[in-house]
Write a protein that binds this ligand. Sequence first.
Ligand code: GPK
Length: 871
Amino acid sequence: IETTIPAQSREIWNKHRVQKFNTGDEFQERFISHVEWTLARSLYNCDDLAAYQATSQSVRDNLVIDWNKTQQRQTARDPKRVYYLSLEFLMGRALDNALINMRTDTDVTDVGDTDETLTKGNTSREMIKNAMSELGFKLEDILDEEPDAALGNGGLGRLAACFVDSMATGNYPAWGYGLRYQYGIFAQKIINGYQVETPDYWLNFSNPWEIERAEIQVPINFYGYVDRGQNEKSTLEPSDWIGGERVLAVPYDMPIPGFKTSTVNNLRLWSAKPTTEFDFKKFNNGDYKNSVEEQQRAESITAVLYPNDNFLQGKELRLKQQYFWCAASLHDIVRRFKKGKRPWSEFPDAIAIQINDTHPTLAIVELQRILVDLEKLDWHEAWSIVTSTFAFTNHTVMQEALEKWPISLLGHLLPRHLEIIYDINWFFLQDVEKKFPRDMGLLSRVSIIEESSQERQVRMAYLAIIGSHKVNGVAELHSDLIKTTIFKDFVKIYGANKFTNVTNGITPRRWLKQANPKLAQLISETINDPEDNYLLDMSKLTQLSKYAEDEKFQKKWNDVKQFNKQRLADLIKKLNNGVDIIERDHIRNTLFDIQVKRIHEYKRQQMNIFGVIHRYLTMKELLQSGASIEEVSKKYPRKVSIFGGKSAPGYYMAKLIIKLINSVAEVVNNDKEIQDLLKVYFIPDYNVSKAEIITPASDLSEHISTAGTEASGTSNMKFVMNGGLIIGTVDGANVEITREIGEDNIFLFGNLAENVDELRYKHQFHNKGLPASLAKVLDAVQNGAFSPQNHSEFMPLIDSIKSHGDYYLVSDDFEAYISTQELVDQVYHKDKKEWLKKSILSVANIGFFSSDRCIEEYADTIWNAEPVKSE
Ligand code: GPK
């Protein structure tokens, strides 16, 4: 590798080579030097926050050593590189994860030629915990000081975070590219039962996990015009885009450590800042103040994450974010490629770019622009390079989530890019016309430009398909659905092979080892794997099967669950102003029923809370008809319904669902008559670090979307991996989870995706009426049972079912939902052994859903990329 350091100086460099801390003692030394030198504090004013920062700085030192080596190794070997472009990375906290993944030199005892072998388990975390305690700190408290890096909305952003973990663990030469928002997803407060959003200024205290690369500054242009010179050239020939506004993109790098490997990959997040160029015209006009203010506006580009999940909000600033990030990332990728001095034709052999949803689609156009306008390649040669480089992941079939940008907006912000899009479309439609002559319907259906609406729009998903060599969905059902619905015409044009499936996965390091240390320990003891190798090869979990009916083992398994339920009850108490929702003594025989995810009508939290109301009303009826509380508890044993999740700030119905949940909680939790048999709680501000406490504590979790609407879901996998059973519809990854763990071990119910259209149609034209169970619930809601001050408060939720066609088919699935819930109660309370057996068998067979498997599939079938093992 090249260096500017003269040969004779290198000896000195090597003599003073930095070293990792390898022992508790060395860690303490490093820690104290960071307290003194990095934080300028001391023994006399080191609080928990300072201790968190000094610990993180110390751990980061170790990671950076491996980060540097990883990058040098990759430069030397020049393998095919993978770039994962995602507008969201929902990382959560970094320190505990780094402690689990980090390796000291003492963790490595035998370094062979190719594969490192690790003979010891991960000991760094224990070592640091003890060293911290000697310094006077509790590791758990220190970990709690870290704010979540919440640069994402939900599933899509968390998937990207699991992927970078697995790419590092699998030793893939892969970088993530995203935006460094100054405000992550808002913090949710619940005030009088309503969601209130407050800003998440997560960079309030400096972020020890980021490394600013101020020396790299990529200029990014917006607006302006296209200069085609004197003669009337075609748009296909190189053109000059004269930008009208310029900002700089500065990268911040986050080290991403793999598990049991010295590979540390990079997550590069771009931040916008003003240029140092000055608008002298304005200055000379004496408009100094305006000129400065205009520059300050640059920073607004990366100020805030758009808080919508599965919903497009077509704001100009959002499009600006997308281009800013795509242009900066491609500039970086191209710069690195050019260092290798390889011909352009080899670009797709050197680089794979995966685009996470359509948000990065402008990267396709930008690469074409770079190749044609700046590098002067022939249009078709350029386009073949582009399409061989990109691959596209779709995450939803819902219309309101599909990105479309008005021509006027796009053309104003990016005039040259709009021309390129027109030309891409022109060639594409010519090909279609050749293959399917005179099929005007087809041409207008697949055109990148949608002409039918008032304003012509660019359909980003179509552009992404046309510009990629592979398109994948995120679970089998979803990947089949996109082929037969939203992208049907493209299957006809390109053939079915362009469309593929890669079922989502989750990282077992964070979602098992870190979130559930007790279960992880029981597993490693039971399958005799003290080094936690199962976290790399989750098929090892099948060894648990033979203990599924072993009573001693079942007891240990159950004890772990009790511990985790206790831990969640503690969290709830803390969030609930110190008041217990579930009495301590009752935790053991209370079923924890949890639904945590973004609030969305299609995810049907409304059906869940209607189910809770149904249970409550029926309990009251039984009591009124003279039944004793013991008799009631036979049918409806102890249960707590726990909810959590954010609504998009402008999503009226979702916010109303949150309010209904809180109103029901208010009534049910204060009803003395039902004697704690039923409790309801909404956990405010659901986020990754709370999920790590919530997920291990479920007996049952709910994944009950209308069939065909949830592309995959990933919390279903997390809950099962932690020994919780699930109730769910035949949707998304629930289908494959059932296949893996066995249909006896999951509570499935409801209509199938294939029947949804017909059911919706029926609602439009025939009033079938409601099932009695649901009618009872809706009547109570309508009569103000949960809104005594304002009887009509929840009418929109009722109307959506009764008068507006029940789009999410709550009335069609409600009875099956209720009866399946009753089945759950029976198994849980009457046959605990059967329940535990199901739980153990579920964990034993959930290995498929490790994101390591998922990344391997992407690497083999889409990227054609190989791991780079350390020497
Ligand atoms: C899909 F389209 C979107 C979106 O805008 N945001 C988002 O989180 C989710 N998703 C799907 O809803 C989930 O079913 C899926 O598991 C997740 O993406 C990851 O693929």
